[in-house]
Design a binder for this molecule. Sequence first.
Ligand SMILES: [Zn+2]
Length: 294
Amino acid sequence: MKHRGLGYTLISLCLAVAAVDVALFAAFAPGSEKPGTRLIPEHVEIRAPESSSSPDSLPSSELPKPVQKPPVNVPPAPEPDTGKVAYLTFDDGPTPKTPEVLKILKDHKATATFFTVFHPESDIYYRRIADSGCQLAIHAYNHDYKPLYASVESYFADFYKMQAYLRKFTKTPVTDFRFPGGSSQTVTDKRMFCKIILETQKQGLRYFDWNVSAGDATNAKISAEYVYNNIIPAAFQYDRPVILMHERSPYTRAALPRIIEALKEKGYSFGQVKDLSETVQHRTPAYAAKVLAE
Ligand SMILES: [Zn+2]
């Protein structure tokens, strides 16, 4: 009994000493939290321990490893839909450079419309355009203005010849086109040309001009910078810029990746003119009707 009493006394003493130690440590240890002070920065999140075992009591080699959370498939944030669409258009092709242009478009996730001219032995390039998913449209069978615009008949003979040729590559007849020189061309008789414009409307054909031009239809020595500066920032003035380019221009091909990226940065996606509800026309059928009524 005596031993047991002594044992209790010793245990009580040890507990008392331990309590004093804890109290003293809490009061004087450097960095002790005083009432009313907050030592934890605001951005540190405090969480209840996930298990009852205290990691501090284990040697570092036995510390539980951080829980590896399984990767969560977070879908990428959707691109903000600005409603702005850029229409890249290439005239006068295809050319042996067409595949290079198609590759740039593919690499930069863009699309375009090609207003094509008949080029013998270029079947492979029309095919490439069609297979790429880009739009194959009509420019002319023969781009020579004088015989083309000589009469209403000469114009449509040329148009339907090109349409028939493109049927090799398209599932349906092509009805979207661009006049060589645009509808603002002045090389032909004005009244004759207005008759042609009105007739295209009657036949359910749609022509597309442009509101931004690369200025690359020239044999002059220009530069990629020049082409880029003609297009950017002019295209930003429109929610639906229709951009005229020529794939044969090495400057245009060199500038194309930067042009696409600049448009993307401004929130533009890329479309084909067939999707435009309203065409861009320098001279409308209404204008042609007015001229012919004079
Ligand atoms: Zn042309």
